[in-house]
Each structure stands twice: as C-alpha cells, then as structure tokens.
Design a protein around this ligand. Structure first.
Ligand code: MTE
Length: 324
C-alpha cells in the first residue's frame, strides 16, 4: 500500500510541521497562561501563506495524503512538461515560459455564488496555510511522475465565495496572453484559447483537490503553471489546469479544451482508469519518470491513480466507460 494510512492525529506535531514553526509554537505555548487558555489553543495555527515571486515557501507536510514512492527528480519535473501555450514539445515550456510575467496577477471568481469578486494573487492565497503533498501525477499520454506539490485545498478557497445551490460545476480558465505565450499566437495551433477545464462540484470540494503554488518546497516554476494551478491527482494530468485567471461556478457542465477538440478521446471526467483505453493506446500501464531507453520503467496503472479510497464514492453507480 503506497498511501500512508496513519491519521494526522497519531503523528507528533513535530513530524508534520517545519521545525522553526514547531519551535516557535512551543515557545508561544510556554508563554501562555497555563490551564484553559492553553488547552483551548487550536492544535495547528499554521502561518498564513506568503508567496514570494521566487524562492522558498513555508509549509507543513501532509503525510496522511502523501505517497512514499520515490519522488521524480526536480530536473525532470521542470524540464518535461505539457503547457501548450508555450509549444507542443515537452521541452518548450522550460525554454519559453520564463518570460511570462506572473506579478501582478489577479483571479476573477464569478457565476453562481453570493460573493463573487476579483482578487490579487496575494489576497487570494494569504488566508491559507500551505502544505506539501506528494502525489502521483499520471498524464493521459501514459507517463507519470511523483511530485511534492505545495498548496492548499481548493475547497477552502471555493467556500469563501459562497457558492449557491445552482453551483453544480466549477469552470477554470488559463491566462490568454499571446504576446508572452507563443503557442497562443501560433498559426499551427488547433486549440481554441484560452485553455479551459472543469470539475463537478463534489470533485472540486474533494480533500485531494489542491490549489498549487509550489513544488519541491519552492515557488512554482513558470513551466509548471505559475503562479497558481490545480492538481487533481486521480484524474489525467490535463484536468490539472495551469496559470489560472478565472474560476466560475455554474449549473451546466463546463466546456473543456481537450473534450471540445476530441470528445471521443478525452472525456469530461478523465479519471485515471486502466480498464478504459484511449482509442489510440493502452492505459493499462505507465512510464514512470525518470525513464530511459534501456530502463523504460513501465509500471501498472492503478484505478483512480491509486486514490480510490478517497474518490470512488463520487462515481458510485456511474458507468465509467460511458463517462470516461
Ligand atoms: N494547463 C494549461 N493551461 N495548458 C496545458 O497545455 N497541459 C495539461 C496540464 N495543464 C496544460 C495544462 C497536461 S496535458 C498535463 S499532463 C499537465 O498540465 C502537465 O503538468 P506538468 O507539466 O507540471 O507535469
């Protein structure tokens, strides 16, 4: 079993909190009047997120939701990418995304909610404590990685805008900036920009769905979707939309980029599923990176990418061949 089962409350606090935060907290606890006041302290009052344009992030480790599989080296995570706004080659994003300005950045939240609004990146992220989650990342193209992401639950963000009862889905959009994103101005591009994705409301609120601002403890590199992207680990990687500028609550299922381009190949749900092949290749196995000609490192693909215990209930009674 690859997902650690110990519930967070069985771990010593020092195991889930960076040492500096832990020691500061102990100092603070020691300084508080003993008795009821101390006992009433929340178990964790992690720091609000600070998001520098580059460099290190402060976060705690979420071991409960992390795999202990070997992490894919930083080099591979940041040089083998899909980000069609910068070109279709795996090496294009690392070559061309560096010049994308990610500050200032704002995100509009609209649609079926009581508190819509447009927020600057810092205001959007500030209320949340960041956590590291080491997730499997499975692309529909049958390669995979293990990545230590840093972020916070999407559910915490969405609740703040008070979605109403008509909010059945959440739609997401990437930045449209053909000046800095050469793939968007390319005459050969067949993608109707901006890149769009969507989730059903329960999927968006699932504890695994992460708003991601970093990886390997550092601010997200541009090629991985800076300044803020989704990570939905039980779905094929294309659902994990990068460089988000718009979030919309809606009653109808959103139109999504790959589903619009090739609906017979890429479904709206796109849950990782070894029993439903892509029309042009098998989904039964995946090439875990790093991999090479003489050590291709093929491993079996797992239902829901191994996250069934957290997500299978959402699809009970659904024909996953029809809703692929
Ligand atoms: N988001 C945008 N805006 N544009 C893209 O081309 N590619 C998707 C997804 N998000 C993509 C995107 C695909 S196909 C995958 S597999 C993942 O991003 C890749 O994420 P990574 O490069 O960080 O591994």
């Amino acid at each position: 079993m690859l997902i650690k089962k110990n519930p967070a409350w069985q771990l010593p606090e020092s195991a889930v909190t960076p040492e500096a935060v832990f020691l500061n907290r102990r100092r603070f606890m020691q300084g508080t009047i003993a008795g009821a006041a101390t006992l009433a302290m929340p178990i964790s009052f992690a720091k609000a997120a600070e998001l520098p344009p580059a460099g290190d992030l402060v976060f705690s480790k979420n071991t409960r939701l992390s795999t202990d599989e070997k992490e894919t080296p930083f080099e591979d995570v940041t040089s083998y990418n899909n980000f069609y706004e910068f070109g279709t080659d795996k090496t294009d994003p690392a070559k061309y995304a560096g010049s994308l300005p990610t500050r200032p950045w704002s995100i509009a939240v609209e649609g079926e909610c009581d508190k819509p609004g447009t927020l600057g990146l810092e205001d959007l992220v500030k209320p949340y404590a960041l956590e590291e989650r080491i997730y499997r990342h499975r692309c529909v193209e049958a390669w995979s990685m293990v990545i230590p992401w840093v972020g916070f639950p999407l559910s915490d963000l969405l609740k703040r805008f008070e979605p109403n009862s008509r909010a059945k889905y959440v739609a997401f959009e990437t930045l449209y900036d053909p000046k800095h994103m050469p793939g968007q101005s390319s005459l050969f591009s067949q993608i109707p920009w901006p890149y769009r994705e969507g989730l059903r409301m329960d999927e968006a609120m699932n504890q695994l769905t992460l708003v991601t601002v970093g990886l390997y403890g550092k601010v997200l590199p541009n090629q991985n979707g800076a300044p803020l992207r989704l990570v939905v680990p039980w779905k094929y990687g294309f659902k994990s939309i990068k460089s988000i500028v718009k979030i919309r609550f809606q009653e109808k299922q959103p139109e999504t980029t790959w589903n619009t381009i090739a609906p017979n190949e890429y479904g709206f749900y796109s849950n990782v599923n070894p029993h439903v092949d892509h029309p042009r290749w098998s989904q039964k196995r995946e090439r875990r990176l790093p991999s090479g000609l003489f050590s291709p490192h093929w491993i079996p693909t797992r239902m829901f990418n191994g996250y069934g215990e957290y997500v299978a209930g959402m699809y009970k009674g659904m024909d996953l061949r029809k809703y692929f």
